[in-house]
Design a protein around this ligand. Structure first.
Ligand code: ZN
Ligand code: ZN
Length: 248
């Protein structure tokens, strides 16, 4: 197995069984947690408000579409692979359910399954024949199913394709729902560039700097903050406290 993460190319421990690092797994898990929220909002956005009839104005040559095409692109049925598009007239990508179901099927067909006889004794190992999401084959059910199999998925050589496609799906959904992951600015300055640019992101395992490539684990950040903040507080106090008047 490669010792470099296939999705972000960071170095992983030698002889790792993983194909993707813990940070990328955390991010993918966050995306699969967020997609069902977008799915609910997309459903409410599917039918545009028609609003009251207005007098005057330029008028329309035809009635407005009864659905938002961008939302329908994500919610509709479809193929889990893009069809040939020689004339470039496809607008959207793969709809949510089709893409997630395609990955669930693909993963299941690789996942080792132990065959058992009528007495429950193991009789060789093959692969599963199909995915059976126990909470349903809709977006929330499929996200839950894929999350449960993520520890297996991150050991497979196709993890970067799953990662890229789920990221793309989430970005398309965010483009319509306008819901972005939350970020929180951290108190302590970056240990590398010294800027006050460290932030904790909802979807990230680690604290990232927005000005340089610094990455700190939460424990590293806490240790760094405990080291530098007392010095910064003492410095700030010296700046705001007026120097004592010299004796006359
Ligand atoms: Zn990674
Ligand atoms: Zn920095």
């Amino acid at each position: 197995m490669d010792d470099v993460c296939l999705t972000c190319y960071t170095r992983m421990p030698d002889h790792s069984q993983r194909s993707a690092c813990t940070g990328c797994e955390y991010r993918l898990r966050s995306w699969l947690r967020d997609l069902p929220h977008h799915y609910v909002i997309l459903q409410t956005l599917l039918h545009p408000d028609t609003g009251p009839a207005r007098r005057g104005g330029g008028g329309r040559a035809h009635a407005p579409l009864p659905v938002r095409v961008a939302a329908l692109d994500l919610l509709g049925p479809g193929q889990p692979v893009l069809l040939d598009d020689p004339h470039g007239d496809q607008t959207g990508g793969i709809p949510m359910t089709a893409l997630l179901m395609g990955w669930a099927r693909y993963l299941a067909q690789e996942f080792p399954a132990v065959n058992r006889d009528e007495h429950g004794r193991p009789r060789g190992v093959t692969t599963c024949t199909a995915a059976q999401p126990w909470h349903g084959a809709d977006v929330p059910g499929l996200c839950q199913w894929l999350t449960a199999y993520l520890p297996y998925a991150v050991t497979r050589p196709w993890i970067d394709d799953l990662y890229d496609q789920v990221q793309d799906l989430l970005e398309r959904a965010e483009g319509i729902t306008d819901l972005k992951p939350r970020a929180r600015a951290m108190d302590a300055p970056c240990p590398q560039c010294q800027m006050f640019a460290l932030a904790e992101y909802q979807e990230e395992l680690n604290i990232l700097c927005t000005e340089c490539p610094a990455v700190l684990t939460p424990d590293e950040y806490l240790a760094h903050r405990d080291r530098v903040m007392p010095q910064l507080a003492a410095l700030a106090l010296r700046i705001i406290t007026p120097a004592p008047q010299a004796a006359a």
